[in-house]
Design a protein around this ligand. Structure first.
Ligand SMILES: O=C(CO)[C@H](O)[C@H](O)COP(=O)(O)O
Length: 237
């Protein structure tokens, strides 16, 4: 593993490694997106290389996950060729006390929701800074939208009490374009009292593909923490 002294990076590394340790041989593995899951993918590759793990196949949730899996020589397949996913490992931007999530910081939440929801066991990997009492308190809610529907979807989101903004690229002129060729609207809600209802309401707006609320999908949350200068991983079931 890459050595780093930034405490957040250490938490991400530890939790990624802890999740990858739970993968068994002969498994179909959902490979999530983001900087924390990247460590899990790296460690899965290491376990394969050492012969500790045999015969796993990954289903990537994004172009990023696909590139990393290829780098670490994890064989890949698609949902066309498998009828189950044994385990999925993925990050999150916020986790509430009911294990509900906001995801989509990497604009990959649509494919992530497909893969993570299909998994028999979905393990979320986060550092302790991602735990919140209420969803929406620190992170805007990502909504993937087909490009021609951006303006009407923004108006509909405002009517729901949100403050929408089109996500713009960093080191790229213009908006962020998802792996599916769509755009992302990030929405600030002052409070999300009923996330399950909001998830469905937003997905019912014509032109919306998927939003980043993951309700009742996560099985286990692995939280990376630093206690008395030592990294540890706490499990929330
Ligand atoms: O939902 C995601 C991508 O769409 C990521 O899992 C989420 O943004 C967390 O990323 P990181 O581990 O880099 O903090």
């Amino acid at each position: 593993m890459t050595v780093n002294v930034d405490p957040v990076v250490i938490m991400k590394q530890e939790v990624g490694k802890a999740a990858a340790s739970r993968v068994k041989s002969d498994s179909i593995v959902g490979l999530g997106t983001g900087s924390t899951t990247a460590y899990a993918i790296e460690y899965l590759g290491e376990r394969l290389r050492k012969g500790e793990l045999k015969n796993i196949v990954g289903i990537p949730t994004s172009f990023q996950a696909e590139v990393l899996a290829k780098k670490y020589r994890i064989p890949l397949t698609s949902l066309d060729t498998v009828d189950r996913i044994d385990i999925a490992i993925d990050g999150a931007d916020e986790v509430d006390p009911n294990k509900n999530l906001i995801k989509g910081g990497g604009a990959a939440h649509t494919r992530e929701k497909v893969v993570d929801s299909l998994a028999d066991l979905f393990i979320v990997v986060v550092d302790s800074g991602k735990l919140v009492d209420k969803l929406g308190s620190t992170f805007l809610l990502p909504v993937e939208v087909i490009p021609m529907a951006v303006a009407p979807v923004m108006r509909s989101l405002e009517k729901l009490g949100g403050k929408p903004e089109l996500r713009m690229g960093v080191k790229k002129a213009g908006p962020v374009v998802t792996d599916q060729g769509n755009l992302v609207i990030d929405v600030k809600f002052d409070r999300i009292d009923d996330p399950a209802c909001l998830e469905k309401t937003i997905n019912n707006i014509p032109g919306v593909l998927e939003n980043g609320l993951f309700i009742g999908v996560a099985d286990i949350i692995l939280v990376g923490e630093i206690k008395e200068d030592r990294p540890l991983v706490r499990e929330i079931i």
